[in-house]
Design a protein. Sequence first.
Lengths: 302, 323
Amino acid sequence: MSDFKRIIAKRKRQDLVFKLIGILCTLVGIVTLGALLVDLIADGIGRLDLGFLTSFPSRFAERAGILSSWVGTLLIMIVTAFTAVPLGVAAGVYLEEYAGKNWLTNLIEINIANLAGVPSIIYGLMALGLLVYKFRLGQSVLTGGLTLAFLILPIVIVATREALRTIPQGIRESAYALGSTKWQVVRHHLLPYSVGGTMTGIIIALSRAIGETAPLITIGALTFIAFLPPPPVQAAPPFISFDWLWSPFSVLPIQMFNWVSRPDQEFVVNAAAAGLVLILVTLSLNAIAIIIRYRVRKRIKW
Amino acid sequence: MKDLPMIEQSAALAADISVQPPAAGASARARRLSRVKERIIESILLLAALSSVAITLGIVGILIYESSTFFAHVSLRAFLTDTLWTPLFASPRFGIMPLVAGTLVTTAVALAVALPIGTIVAIYLSEFAPAVVREVLKPALELLSAVPTVVYGYFALQFMSPLLQKLIPGLPTFNMLSAGAVMGIMIIPYVSSLSEDAMRAVPMALREGAYALGANRIITALKVVYPSALSGIVASYILAISRAIGETMIVAIAAGMQPNLTFDPREPAATITAFIVQVSLGDLPHGSIGYQSIFAAGLTLFVMTLAFNILGYVLRKRFREAY
């Protein structure tokens, strides 16, 4: 009997040892994230003030700021969101609600799965060859926004489909029984009910787009820019202008990359401060997404 | 109509309805109109779905088109066998090998970190951790993949590299080891989350069977759950490999920009992606051989990730278990 007990004790010990290893490995990730945050804060917090946010980049580290790059990031994101969201949601609705089981649907689905595995810099090369030189859109805000929109399109499509899939079939059938057309079912029921899940996906996709650097460098975004694009709202009629779409631009991560690759330690401090702004934006977007997901999951019980 | 008895009122109403052929025609027209509208909407939605195919065609088309002019200047043989990559020099050489080596070494370092740690985390979260712990740790780990890669590049250069220099004397500031290690940590959630999903999908009855035979948790996890979930786990590994091969900013910042044909992770070397970034930062004239060289490099990268994706597809089918 004591043999038996010894074996049980040994097995329990094995479990305990693995549990400790598991906790340790999980901590590697968490601790790195913490170290990264602490490192950025320690290096950059001193540089982060209002002047930093409202100054153009400069040859002098202590006078340089991120005004042109955060405005660039904002404008790029507007173009990206206005392209990727309608396109992605429409594609998701088609694949989930309309598409029949045929070769075309199969082709589109395999294609989307593959697109998600294509490195982001490849999208930059495609945009350089196609948008910048073939379609002559130039190295502009429009090109940058479209590039990132293509990049996040698979994420938006997949999120939309998953959100639609959680809606029970009974909802669709009830609406059809009342004489709704397919589009009415989608418009009045499926889209409103899936908005939480879709929003979560869109926010996460946009936060990824904000941090993207490589594709924008590839299409030729500037690393040093000391002016702002023309404002979208103007004093004279017609009041709204789209000239900013054609303006050259820089974005936050490119500005940070530019500073980080200089040997001068003062610029490295600037890089840390820019990184701090960047990580604050992306992490808060992710936090918002998590909160929305949590509340949706809690509120809707089919 | 007001002072008519009820029945007559409704009869009058019925007569009213039955003698309205124009209204019936209108509703038929409305129905036809709405059917046309439905068709138009469906076509628009289909177009949106097809846009993703257009993007793929654009990528493949541009890469092949621009590379074809490159390969008109450079023979495929020289591209694959030459050991020097100096496309911007006065006497340029176009051997992709140094860049491929840099990409493979940084990828290998990243995988050496991400695959074991990610797998152990997945087993821990799926088989050991209480539900509360899992609900907190999983999203926390996923934040790792939310951090912009340029920030990781900064971290690799300013934190990881000095740290490793203390452990390995003589390590240069720019080296593939610290870039690869940070990249590996970034990839952990790709492995752990997807693998954990796959393991949790394994039916409880399989575990109970193992327990009934006297296995403990870890033996059950390794001998029953892991093999049963292998299809999903392999998918997560392949995704990690694709991410590591295509990762750009971390290596561009921390691994150095010099093409260097070496398999020693302690040395600096440029990857395919870092080269593309380096060339794009300069102002290369459209149509020059330097401009075309980034497309040839991009095509190489695309083929590498595609090969791994296809391999993943085959392996997934091979290991699929149906319950």
